[in-house]
Write a protein that binds this ligand. Structure first.
Ligand code: IDP
Ligand code: MG
Length: 153
């Protein structure tokens, strides 16, 4: 059942950080009306990244993907809201930026699949797994947003 407390894991990848897109990307989630629950700026370990992308371990690009994600700091975040998993994927665009429509993050700011600047969980189940992998429960900060009543019916 759709829940206002649904959460997703979003990461601005090292290329997004290097290209100065952190503020622009966070702005889109804020302006949409989603609520930030957790955020950290970090150089993710290769072990963490291998686990994060474990489902892709048989893909030919897996090793390169881990190297790319480890090539610099990234911004890991948890965002909350109604249908946030599905809506975030729409906001991101397609995996390949060439297939992403203008107006989406990948459609507006990147060109190739191997440098597609942002990650977003693809299902409620994977969001839960990814949030538990990247954050401790104490790092998720619960609070009341003053905008809540102006966003939800
Ligand atoms: P997603 O990020 O849109 O969920 P996935 O298929 O889960 O896409 O792939 C994870 C990440 O692996 C992509 O975001 C991209 O960075 C990378 N990737 C996917 N396909 C390719 C490829 O064909 N070449 C290089 N990197 C790829
Ligand atoms: Mg994926």
């Amino acid at each position: 059942m759709a829940s206002i407390s649904e959460c997703t894991f979003i990461a601005i990848k090292p290329d997004g950080v290097q290209r100065g897109l952190v503020g622009e990307i966070i702005k889109r989630f804020e302006q949409k009306g989603f609520k930030l629950l957790a955020m950290k700026f970090m150089l993710a370990s290769e072990d963490l990244l291998r686990e994060h992308y474990i489902d892709l371990q048989d893909q030919p690009f897996y090793a390169g993907l881990v190297t790319y994600m480890h090539s610099g700091p990234l911004v890991a975040m948890v965002w909350e809201g109604l249908n946030v998993v599905k809506t975030s994927r729409v906001m991101l665009g397609e995996t390949n930026p060439a297939d992403s429509k203008p107006g989406t993050i990948r459609g507006d700011f990147c060109v190739q699949v191997g440098k597609n600047i942002i990650h977003g969980s693809d299902s409620v189940e994977s969001a839960e797994t990814e949030i538990n992998l990247w954050f401790t429960p104490e790092e998720l900060v619960g609070y009341t947003s003053c905008a809540h009543q102006w966003i939800y019916e």
